[in-house]
Write a protein that binds this ligand. Structure first.
Ligand code: ATP
Ligand code: MG
Length: 759
């Protein structure tokens, strides 16, 4: 046994080792990116088991994604073998689902409740907004959903929300009304939304101390990764559970990127106050990245105020410089990335060749993937979009899943109504409404009404269709206890006509939909292989909890495309950070959000620190948003990286792209100013003059807000001097103006960002 435990601390540095071996009520491990926090957590779990300080069943370990949980489990298994089986290594959500499935009866739910994702919630909210006429207040499902979600993250329920509402504010009162009706719908459908999973578990613990006591006795050791991103509800959950247990949390306040979902950095900064006697361990050696990458990250994050200085260092050596690139367009930027990936992957690199799976491309918003996907497909680079239009959010998948949900939870009206007439079987909107209102009046579920169809007074045709549907659903439901999930799913696809209607369709998209449904069958089959005892409700649980990062598949040999938020905790040999522009990173929403600029900087920091050896930063001079091309400005964060760390590449080099002269004129057209007199062109290391233009352009983002030009206006441009407006097009932030300058001729500029002022 002594040998086994020695092996678990071998290769760790003294601080890491201390964190693995420490025994006490509360332990906080704070450290910068890549310093081995997750690794320490894993080794600590293995060490607790190996020293017999805990049985597997006494350990609750919380990670941010299912993928991280699976990796940790695999790691512990590798260190210890089967001794690790039986512990709870889960996300907050999946841990709460486990608890709620057992205890939800006390909260008035059946144990076979459905979990609604944000799309399901929006569908209900949309209906409620319509029913209440709330659209006159310009309320949107997304907006109301966010308000409800924020409230739930603060552990407010509909009643307490209503009590605190400003009665003189009609919009707030309306949101409160929608909130309480929304909760009523969830309860009626025997469903929880994502936020409820946490919030209701906390309520359960507070309302039923004997239930809480049971879990407090069970878990002797609680460990939480990425603690900086816990919100109040998650914090409360941990506090309740950890009253008697030993609690270990690890985190990095510089990587807190979920404030918009209620994450509270204070959970980590005030840990020592919350848990008196807590031990704090700092880790300072970064094992992930080269010095150049680390220096860039440190330089950027040091611009945030209110943070303790960190001393992150690496023994890895300087490594390669960071590569910078400015494309003419997002298309050009994507082409550069594709070319670079092919170079990195190329066999001519010998042993240094990087596998596709070790390469990732990050972006701030999902809409940035299209240009990348276009080019990757044409360049033959295998890739995978992690998150994005998630597989489970596609219409055909949701239809098939709705069948499964409707037979597993017959009280779920949302699911039943979704498929009542999918595929079309002659039960139209009017009939659906009639069925729903009959259900409402008689306090029945929609499914129950289907068997009272004779009371509804429909004609023989509709009555026949409904009877047939009800019988179909009964038959499918009867399969649940005895049949494997993939068999039930196959039956759904075949007997409901879902697959047939797509196969007979002439719409080319329907072909892809058939493939997606086939893919869903494979998912079910794989689930059954991994869980031979698993039944349909178990499968539905698993699917409902698939988080974006879970779609990753390291064996697949594909380049991963994902948002910066999804990238948290991961690492890659080569990383491409794209769209480093004002308005994207920092995102335009952050301009008006308190603390937004610092949060976006942390997001940039997270992105940089994912890279082990190669980091690429790229941007485009123009970018299409909402179908219109706008000129872009380099992100202010770029200037925070010491310029000697970045090797700026020539734009368009080696691809027969236009010459320097053309490049300069494009830059002019977009209001960037001339690159004349600089050695590297726009894409090169910026000259002092260009730096001036950059910051000029950046400040003009703020200065020109609201400026509208008319033909005949006289203006002054910081580089071209005085000019006269001879034409304008577009309005607001998209207004462009053709301006005649005596010195350099006519230029077309985007008014909002051009360094101009009206005379
Ligand atoms: P993040 O803040 O990004 O979540 P982290 O602090 O959790 O990072 P890990 O992912 O645990 O860091 O570790 C980063 C990398 O360094 C991993 O590849 C890990 O295996 C490696 N590593 C950590 N500690 C050591 C060590 N003592 N010796 C060798 N490699 C290590
Ligand atoms: Mg980590």
């Amino acid at each position: 046994a002594a040998d086994a435990t020695a092996g678990l601390v071998e290769g760790l540095n003294p601080q890491q080792r201390e964190a693995v071996e420490y025994r006490g009520p509360a332990l906080l491990i704070v450290a910068g990116a890549g310093s081995g926090k997750t690794r320490v957590l894993t080794h600590r779990i293995a060490h607790l088991l190996a020293t017999k300080d805990a049985w597997p069943s006494q350990i609750l370990a919380i990670t941010f994604t299912n993928k991280a949980a699976a990796e940790m489990r695999e790691r512990v298994r590798y260190l210890l073998g089967e001794a690790a089986d039986g512990m709870w290594l889960k996300t907050f959500h999946s841990a709460c689902v486990m608890i709620l499935r057992r205890e939800s009866g006390r909260l008035g739910h059946d144990s076979n409740f459905t979990i609604y994702d944000s799309g399901d919630s929006r569908a209900i909210l949309k209906r409620l907004i319509k029913e209440l006429g709330a659209d006159i207040h310009k309320l949107t499902p997304a907006g109301v959903g966010a308000a409800i979600s924020n409230a739930k993250n603060e552990l407010a329920d509909a009643e307490s929300y209503a009590r605190n509402v400003d009665q003189n504010d009609p919009v707030a009162r309306m949101i409160s009304e929608i909130f309480s009706r929304y909760q009523y719908e969830l309860r009626k459908n025997n469903a929880f939304d994502f936020d409820d999973l946490i919030g209701e578990t906390v309520h359960l613990f507070r309302a039923f101390p004997e239930v809480l006591a049971q879990y407090q006795q069970k878990f002797k050791h609680i460990l939480v990764d990425e603690y900086q991103d816990t919100n109040h509800a998650q914090y409360a959950l941990i506090r309740e559970l950890a009253k008697t247990a030993s609690l270990t949390v690890v985190g990095d306040s510089d990587q807190s990127i979920y404030a918009f979902r209620g994450a509270d950095i204070r959970n980590i900064t005030e840990f020592e106050k919350d848990f008196p006697g807590a031990k704090t361990i700092l880790l300072e050696q970064n094992y992930r990245s080269t010095q150049n990458i680390l220096s860039a990250a440190n330089a950027v994050i040091s611009n945030n105020f209110d943070r303790p200085a960190k001393n992150l260092w690496t023994a890895a050596g300087d490594g390669d410089k960071i590569v910078g690139y400015t494309g003419y367009s997002s298309h050009d930027e994507a082409q550069f990335i594709a070319d670079e990936i092919n170079k990195l992957h190329s066999k001519s690199q010998g042993d240094d060749a990087i596998a596709f799976r070790d390469i990732a491309v990050f972006y701030r918003t999902n809409s940035q993937t299209r240009a990348l996907e276009d080019i990757f497909i044409r360049s033959g680079i295998p890739y995978r979009v992690v998150g994005g239009t998630k597989f489970y959010e596609r219409q055909e998948i949701k239809d098939a899943m709705a069948y499964l949900v409707a037979i597993a939870n017959t009280r779920d009206d949302l699911a039943t109504r979704r498929i009542l007439n999918v595929p079309k079987r002659g039960i139209g909107d009017a009939s659906e409404t009639q069925i729903a209102s009959y259900a409402e009046k008689n306090n029945l579920s929609v499914r129950q009404v289907l068997s009272h169809v004779s009371d509804l007074g429909f004609g023989p045709k509709i009555t026949g269709a409904i009877n047939q549907f009800a019988e179909l659903m009964d038959n499918l439901e009867a399969m649940i206890p005895n049949e494997n999930v993939d068999v039930i799913l196959r039956a759904v696809l075949d007997r409901t006509g879902l697959l047939e209607s797509l196969r007979n369709s002439k719409d080319p998209q329907d072909e892809a939909r058939v493939e997606n449904l086939e893919e869903l069958v494979s998912v079910a089959r794989e689930f059954q292989r991994n869980n031979p005892e698993g039944r349909l409700p178990d499968f539905l649980n698993e699917v409902a909890l698939v988080a974006a990062a879970d779609e990753l598949d390291d064996e697949s040999g594909t380049v991963s495309l994902m948002t910066l938020h999804t990238a948290k905790g991961l690492e890659y040999e080569a990383v491409f950070l794209t769209g480093i522009e004002e308005g994207l990173l920092p995102h335009r929403m952050s301009f008006i959000t308190p603390g937004g600029m610092a949060e976006e900087r942390r997001l940039f920091y997270v992105g940089i620190t994912r890279a082990r050896k190669k980091l690429h930063l790229s941007l485009a001079m123009t970018r299409t948003t909402f179908g219109e091309s706008e000129s872009a400005t380099p992100s202010r964060y770029l200037q925070e990286i010491p310029s000697d760390l970045i090797d700026w590449r020539e734009s368009g080099s080696g691809r027969g792209m236009p010459t320097t002269r053309y490049r300069a004129s494009i830059a002019d057209d977009q209001g960037y100013g001339s690159s004349e007199g600089s050695s590297g062109g726009y894409g090169g290391t910026p000259s002092t003059k260009e730096k001036k233009v950059w910051s000029g352009a950046i400040s003009s983002v703020r200065n020109n807000e609201g400026l509208q030009l008319e033909v005949g206006d006289m203006i002054e441009h910081s580089d071209f001097g005085k000019g006269k407006v001879i034409a304008t097009a577009g309005e607001g932030a998209r207004q462009t103006a053709e301006i005649h300058f005596g010195s350099v001729g006519t230029k077309r500029l985007l008014v909002k960002v051009a360094p101009i002022s009206k005379l």
